[in-house]
Design a protein around this ligand. Structure first.
Ligand SMILES: Cc1cc2nc3c(=O)[nH]c(=O)nc-3n(C[C@H](O)[C@H](O)[C@H](O)COP(=O)(O)OP(=O)(O)OC[C@H]3O[C@@H](n4cnc5c(N)ncnc54)[C@H](O)[C@@H]3O)c2cc1C
Length: 426
């Protein structure tokens, strides 16, 4: 029998161990460094970024699922350099597939030229469109923690407006079409869509974590380091190594946090599937989000990111990224056939020339934040034991912004703790 391995903390001196290098962990490590502490980030996978990822697939830069940065996110504005990210904005509104054709529903404040088309679109009545235009104002006051669908009905949106526009639009954001997600999240999301733009960095979403990681000295980030146990002031890795520091920050996703904290039940997560195609010609959708207003599926929404940033694909090619939310949709080749059939109905025979680049299945994309189980805030931090902090998107209204804010707040808590503990230790 081999002897037990000794503590193997051969890394440079550190004051705080940060477990997980998603946006929360990266934001935390950066703030710790700025505050004069020495963090060590321990990341299980081979790269920082967590759920915000872009992969190189056969010359295409494919985001790991469709996601956007909202330019009005306050924390993102403070922590990221938007100019360096070279953000490419989507139009404000959507192209909605209804009654066998596409109609445009545009934000009248951002696209006044599209007002006549929007008013004429057979998606709800004029009163519905008025309510959509002013929804951000209605959601400014305290919003009750009820299912989003209940609030929309209370606000007297017609069934047609809900089915053709609000359900696919919000479903694509919440990653569930039942609209059981708390109306608190609706308020958060809608305010940001109304006051900013949804955008992607020109080089793909992973430009965001890459920009954060670039500010860290390389010795402060250890990849391939899966933490399997957390004790007071120490963590153990799957490969047997151990690390110690006065403060440990768990910046992992909700299920990993529950498991490392020994909490029995794994928190429910939303699943999403995404089929990404190489197309010789882009479908004529411009920089608009396309929604399935007919509810036939399986595709809920679609974007063509190369129409915002051509460099994401080899010259003359396009990426078509489709999102499937329907849990009952088939999988494998049957799903691809169903997606292609829907796309042929939308765009005609040119779809036969599309080549599937990859089919992603992300079973734990977002924490389920249903009414009654939804945090009330933009991103917070928890301290289950002295010296052990927990941060991540699940501590706020789950989003890029919540993760960044929660990570920064965890660092500030650790800095305050160090300031308290150190004089006493001297
Ligand atoms: C498909 C999709 C679409 C999205 N769309 C949007 C959008 O449009 N707008 C928006 O604002 N947000 C969106 N989000 C949500 C947003 O990406 C997340 O809320 C945010 O990135 C979460 O960051 P995090 O740091 O809290 O967690 P994570 O990104 O999950 O990071 C946690 C990290 O911890 C690591 N880890 C886990 N366990 C261990 C362990 N035991 N040891 C060491 N490391 C560990 C993981 O590998 C990971 O790197 C989307 C998410 C997905 C998946």
């Amino acid at each position: 029998m081999s002897a037990p391995r000794p503590p193997s903390d051969a890394s440079p001196a550190h004051d705080v161990l940060v477990v997980g290098a998603g946006l929360a962990g990266l934001a935390c490590a950066r703030r710790l460094l700025d505050g004069g502490l020495r963090p060590l980030l321990l990341e299980a996978s081979s790269r920082p970024g967590g759920r915000v990822a872009t992969d190189d697939v056969q010359g295409f830069r494919l985001d790991r699922g469709f996601s956007v940065l909202l330019t009005s996110y306050a924390e993102a504005r403070a922590q990221l350099d938007f100019d360096a990210l070279d953000l490419r904005p989507f139009a404000k509104g959507a192209l909605v597939r209804v009654d066998g054709r596409f109609v445009r529903l545009a934000d009248p404040f951002a696209h006044p030229a599209a007002i006549p088309a929007t008013l004429g679109a057979p998606v709800g009545g004029l009163d519905d469109k008025w309510r959509v235009a002013w929804l951000a104002r209605r959601l400014r006051a305290d919003v009750p923690d009820v299912p989003t669908l209940e609030l929309l009905e209370h606000l007297r949106f017609s069934p047609r407006m809900i089915e053709a526009f609000l359900r696919p639009f919000l479903g694509g954001v919440f990653l569930e079409r039942g609209l059981t997600t708390s109306a608190r999240k609706l308020a958060f999301v809608w305010r940001h869509f109304a006051s900013g733009r949804a955008a992607i960095p020109a080089d793909g979403m992973d430009a965001i974590p890459r920009s954060l990681a670039a500010a860290l000295p390389p010795e402060r980030l250890l990849t391939g380091a899966r933490v399997v146990a957390v004790r007071d002031g120490a963590v153990a890795l799957a490969d047997g190594r151990t690390f110690a520091a006065p403060t440990v920050v768990l910046a992992v996703d909700a299920p990993s946090a529950a498991s490392l904290l020994g909490q029995g039940r794994s928190p429910p997560m939303r699943r999403v599937r995404c089929l990404q195609f190489d197309a010789p010609h882009a479908p004529p959708v411009g920089n608009w989000l396309v929604l399935d207003g007919e509810g036939r599926g399986p595709v809920n929404d679609l974007v063509v990111p190369t129409l915002l940033s051509p460099g994401l694909a080899p010259p003359g090619r396009h990426i078509v990224s489709t999102t499937v939310l329907d849990e009952l949709a088939p999988s494998g080749e049957a799903l691809e056939r169903a997606v292609r059939a829907q796309m042929r109905d939308w765009f005609g025979e040119e779809v036969s020339a599309w080549r599937l680049l990859r089919a992603l299945d992300l079973p734990a994309a977002l924490p389920a934040q249903d009414a009654g189980a939804c945090p009330d805030g933009d991103g917070d931090v928890a301290e289950p034991r002295p010296g052990l902090l927990v941060c991540g998107d699940h501590l706020g209204l789950a989003s890029i912004d919540a993760a960044l804010r929660s990570g920064r707040l965890a660092a500030e808590r650790a800095l305050a703790r160090t300031a308290r503990v150190e004089p006493a230790a001297r």
